[in-house]
Structure formats: structure tokens, C-alpha cells
Design a protein around this ligand. Sequence first.
Ligand SMILES: [Zn+2]
Length: 298
Amino acid sequence: MIPIVHHPAYVAPAPARSTYRWNKNGLIRDLLRAEGDRLAWHEPEPMPRAWLEAVHDPDYVDEVLTAAVPAMKTRRIGFPVTPEVAARARVVPGGTWLAAQLALRHGFAANTAGGSHHALAATGAGYCVFNDLALAAVRLIEEGTVERLVVVDCDVHQGDGTAALLAGRPGIATYSIHAEKNFPARKARSTCDVALPDGVDDEAYLATLAQTLTPFLAEHRPQLVLYQAGVDPFAGDRLGRLSLSLDGLVARERLVARLTQGVPLASTVGGGYGDDALEIARRHVTAILTLGAAIALR
Ligand SMILES: [Zn+2]
């Protein structure tokens, strides 16, 4: 059975003045529920405050948890942090951490939210409040769960927050393959950045991914992979600039599974944008099920 991490708080009601698709996580849950016995469901705990503060500025943590984020940061995030959004922001990193624990036990696990890779130490950004990838990575290393891990980020946008928050942390390396001209305008420095020109198609994308991820994994020899499986490199994505087909996205998950073979992998959702939320949820669910089928579970 594929371990799936989900929490009811992932499906937060949309705050007013929000351009983010809030029903995406509920649709992902519904589509996965239809898979029945193939999946094993797990509910995460909220990330303890001390672990949030191991990565984020304590003042910012306080602003989020009391739903008192200043207007300037609210604009950067893209929606207001209500008490419901704050509760969600705390369970999503708990979910990525739990998915990592389950992946270490079973080979693979998927968080049905997360991939909030733009969040920085003292502010959220680009629809991200807390950085679940950085939070889970730091906690896993500091707790001694693993000695070496990598974050592999295949979202079409650079994982700038993750790169900045994890830079210089022993035992952690970051990889990001993204569209160079896309958000964020000013890029951070990941351990390995692969900047792609606009319009890259399946063949070029998969070849570049294999050429760059293979030496990265060989160099850093991770005991765990945290994988940001954003589906926004899809050609029809509203905020992407690349031209991957649906088959190309499936081939990407198979390739990541093959290149990381034998290393436990925990996936998060990441970006995926457009008017049809159900189609986007389908792309995320396809990613999860493809990884689950391609990775040998124990
Ligand atoms: Zn994205």
C-alpha cells in the first residue's frame, strides 16, 4: 500500500482576496480516496513551534500563529493568513516530516500538500507561508534520523526559499530544475541549479534532468530524498513557461524514481495552476500514483 499523508486542515476555506486555488487539496484527497485499498492514510501532527523556529524567524512564526501577518508580507504571500490558514501552515510541514518518516520505513510516501519552496526565514512568498521542505529537512538532520538528505525540486519555479534556508546546513544539499525567466525574478543559489530556457519540451527536459540529477545524487549520496513534485512545467499551466506534456510529467516521475532507486523518497505536491482545479488535482494524483508504482514498497 502507498503511504499517503493528509490532514483535514489541508483543505482550508479560501480567505477573501485570494487568487490561490484553495480547493486543490480537497480534490486531491477525493481522487486518492477513489483508489481504495491501494493506499494507507496517515494524519500528521502540527509542527512544534520550536521546530518552526529552527528555520523561520521567531517573530514571523508568531505573526503567522497569531494570524497577525503585516500587510507587506501578506502581499508577498498572495493571500491573508487567517487562523485557518495558520493552522494549515503548521500541519503541512508536520506532514512532510511524517512523509519522510514513512518513506524511510516503506521506501516511498506522499504528502498531499506542501512543497512551499518560496517561504523565507522572515516572510512567506508566492503562496507559501512556512517552508515545509526546509523545516522537515532541518528537523530530520537535527534529530539524527538521517545524516545526509537532499531536496530535489522539479517545480517550474526555482526553490529559492528552500535554497536560502538550507544553504550551509551540514548534511543537506538542494537541487532545483526550473524555467530561468519564471518567478522568482531574483534567484537564490541552490547546491545545484538547472535553469531552463522557455518552451523546453519532454525530450530536452528529461535528458537535462538525467544529466544533472545523476551526478548530484552521486556526489551527495543521500539517505533520503525530499521531492517537490510540482506539476507546473506542464505546457498548459498558467504560471509555467515550459512545454511538458502529460506523458512527459509521468515520464519525469518514473525518471526521478529510477535515478533515486534504493533511496527512500518523500514527495510533496508543489505548484500547478489553471482554471480547472480538477485537472490540476489529477496531475498531482498521477504524480503520486506514478511514484508509488515505480518505487518498490516494503
Ligand atoms: Zn511553481
